[in-house]
Ligand binder design. Sequence first.
Ligand SMILES: C[S@@+](CC[C@H](N)C(=O)[O-])C[C@H]1O[C@@H](n2cnc3c(N)ncnc32)[C@H](O)[C@@H]1O
Length: 218
Amino acid sequence: MSGCCSSTAQCEGTNRFFSRWSKKYARDYRKKGLAKEQRMLLEGLRAVPLRHAIILDIGCGVGALHHALLKEGAARSVGVDAAEGMVVQAKLMAEQVGVQDRTEYHHADFLVIESLLPQGDITILDKVVCCDGRLDELVDAATRKTGRVLGLTHPRNNLLVRAAFKIQIALAKLFRWKFHPYWHDWVEMKRKILQRGFDLKYESSTFVWNVLVFQRSS
Ligand SMILES: C[S@@+](CC[C@H](N)C(=O)[O-])C[C@H]1O[C@@H](n2cnc3c(N)ncnc32)[C@H](O)[C@@H]1O
């Protein structure tokens, strides 16, 4: 399924930028395994029984995180990414780790094809909320699509990380790059997720990333 990744300038820029980097993402994962923030996310997500779980990985990249969850017992995964190159690499990696029969991929803007996707017992937004300008829509749609647990990572609000993001955003505007990262109000984002009927179950951080796992309130 391909959902309009050239329909908006933002999505086209995201597609081009991350497709260009997709082989490096795949190479890094093969060489080094999961990144530190992904290992933390995995730790937080393990609090949920994985057997029979469906994973919805939004902005799935090369699929490292949901491949790990599948290997640990999750039933199947649906990965969606706006970058075609990422989806190509994710499919290749799924074959290499032997989980291809339990994976399904979509090259699409998640917000465009949301209604066509199944609800995930576990929904993941790993380093995605800072790549999309439509944070409220993303949070709305991701929480709607979460049956039990939502895991996400976002940039930490410290001086160096904030400055690095803001400099990239300023340069992108100056040179009219087609893609740039976004800096949102992360405290407000967390508040919105809690308001939508979730409890915070796990929180941790690296120097760059904050790792949050929410569980739907019973
Ligand atoms: C920084 S990468 C992270 C990839 C992967 N989650 C990881 O942690 O390795 C962000 C990814 O989100 C994807 N993305 C951003 N906005 C998206 C959207 N609205 N729908 C689908 N994918 C999106 C980008 O194409 C990119 O592959």
